[in-house]
Design a protein around this ligand. Structure first.
Ligand code: NAD
Length: 506
């Protein structure tokens, strides 16, 4: 049971984080919580002129920040990680209020921010370039990595803060200021995170003004980042529809882009799979976060020999999963973000039925009244991969299909537009290695015996095809935030030209 109105809880949570924005601006941008459907704040959005001024401030910050030694830049991110640890409960609650996640998933998102800060601090001493053998005597060749410039970060509603931090923590140690345009559905989490960042800046002492800024508003502000030649890199997370607009615009001005777009992620359950493990992994992958993760499992191919064992058990799990208010109950499944998501889910289920699909679950649940949209997750047994199965519906729908031939199921697995995440459940070495090989999954993430969602920060995150091809977070994703210079140094008394070319001016 909540002991105070949601708007009061929201205001108190923001205050705990140190955020001071006015939350009741007349005629402002309404921020609605999916938990109850009520408006919890109205914010003053940025104007185009405000966005331009923020970009100018970021450009000025870059001129200073790029000259600060990288390990010192890492110190700011270390302090930020400390502040995030202190604010963990409040930020996690803010994610639950704004995105409707369970407390555990809200806290998990904050933990991801802490983890990437730790990673970035180490990285600040490891921005390595290569030394390369040259063909000329008395010469040395090397690569140097330099800060790139202002990084614009456009984020989606379903991960209101972690993807920002995957970008920001790396960008900051790489020497780049960040400008954040959060989803218009989750701006309060961004304001809370920015306030926590400001605490780290205050402790750091000499950071330039505007190293990290937030732009509140809709797609027009995203466009301001996309269109500005002062923004060197645009990292955009959201729908493939958005990426189709942002990608070409940034390319047209020769800017750099990281696109993290929609997925249509699948799992394959083979005859030798550990069925109990597969059941639990599929349940979390498909129903967790109410099906609103980019990595949510949306398609499942089950071998015909184990179909009758696994699928009835899954249907039972779908029937018994708890759906409820994430702030006042221990429910595993929270609300859909809004009415449009609910309508989209209903339309996809109707399409599936028209194609011969058998739908289990999917009904609206009477939680928190008419303005909130809670549903039972839906499992749909499909005769074949067609219609809605081929597209991402951002809701908890799992389409289940039977397969008999391993080679054919690999082709079916890859026959969709998205290329983000994938899983195979098997204890057969040949199947596993084939799935991970060039013949197998064409996704940016390919897992064995775990689900499609819940990636760790240490690996590079992102996907192929309509997922946009971007990579962020761990591994060598940092390189996107820096520019590479190849340097050749002649320490001899001769001037030999490469490839033996002669140019004798006498
Ligand atoms: P969305 O595309 O509606 O919005 C995402 C962001 O893009 C918002 O901040 C929005 O204001 C901005 N935007 C929209 N149009 C724009 C334009 N023309 N120019 C510039 N900015 C614009 O997505 P959403 O509904 O918030 O999020 C759900 C989608 O995001 C799903 O498709 C999901 O798969 C995807 N997603 C992908 C990843 C990933 O890492 N691949 C992570 C999270 C979400």
């Amino acid at each position: 049971m909540l002991t105070e109105p949601l708007s009061a809880l929201t205001a108190r949570t923001l205050q705990n984080c140190g955020a001071s924005a006015a939350l009741d601006v007349a005629g402002g941008m309404a921020v609605r919580s999916p938990v109850t459907g009520e408006t919890v704040a109205t914010l003053a959005p940025h104007t185009a002129a405000g966005a331009g001024a923020a970009i100018d401030t970021a450009v000025a910050a870059f001129k200073t920040w790029r000259l600060v030694p990288a390990p010192r830049r890492g110190e700011l991110v270390r302090l930020f990680g400390e502040e995030l640890r202190r604010a963990r409960q409040d930020l996690g609650r803010m994610v639950s209020i704004e995105a409707g996640k369970s407390p555990s998933e809200g806290l998990g998102e904050v933990q991801e921010m802490i983890d990437i800060c730790d990673f970035a601090v180490g990285l600040s001493r490891q921005l390595y370039g290569l030394t390369i053998a040259t063909e000329r005597p008395g010469h040395r060749m090397m690569e140097t990595w330099h800060p790139l410039g202002v990084v614009g970060i456009i984020s989606a509603f379903n991960f209101p803060c972690a993807p920002w931090c995957w970008n920001a923590a790396l960008a900051l140690v790489c020497g780049d200021p960040v400008l954040w345009k959060p989803s218009e559905k989750t701006p309060l989490t961004a304001l809370a995170v920015q306030a926590v960042f400001d605490r780290a800046v205050a402790r750091f002492g000499d950071a330039p003004e505007g190293l990290s800024q937030v732009l509140i508003g809709g797609p027009d502000l995203g466009e301001a980042l996309t269109d500005s030649t002062s923004v060197a890199l645009v990292s955009a997370t959201g729908s493939t529809r958005m990426g189709r607009i942002v990608g070409p615009k940034v390319a047209a001005r020769f800017g750099r882009c990281i696109l993290e777009l929609g997925g249509n992620n699948a799992g394959i359950v083979c005859p030798s799979a550990d069925m109990d493990m597969a059941l639990r992994a599929i349940a979390f992958g498909a129903m967790g976060t109410a099906g609103q993760r980019c990595t949510t499992m949306r398609r499942l191919f089950v071998h015909e020999s184990v179909y009758d064992r696994l699928v009835p058990a899954l249907v039972t799990a779908y029937g018994s999963v708890s759906v409820g208010n994430p702030l006042s109950s221990g429910a595993l499944v929270g609300p859909l973000i809004d009415k449009a998501a609910f309508v989209g889910m209903g339309a996809a289920l109707d399409d599936a039925k028209a194609l011969g699909g058998t739908v289990h679950g999917g009904a609206r649940q009477p939680v928190e009244g008419d303005a909130a949209y809670y549903v039972k997750p839906a499992l749909v047994e499909m005769p074949e991969q067609a219609g809605p199965v081929l597209r991402e519906t951002f809701a908890p729908i799992l389409y289940v299909m039977k397969y008999s031939d391993f080679d054919a199921v690999l082709d079916a697995h890859n026959a969709v537009g998205g290329g983000l995440s994938s899983s195979i459940f098997t204890t057969d070495l040949r199947e596993m290695e084939t799935f991970l090989s060039a013949r197998g999954s064409d996704c940016g993430i390919a897992n064995v015996n775990i689900g499609t969602s819940g990636a760790e920060i240490g690996g590079a995150f992102g996907g192929e095809k309509e997922t946009g091809g971007g990579r962020e977070s761990g591994s060598d994703a940092w390189r996107a935030y820096m520019r590479r210079a190849t340097n050749t140094i002649n320490y001899s008394r001769e001037l030999p030209l490469a490839q033996g070319v002669s140019f004798d001016i006498g």
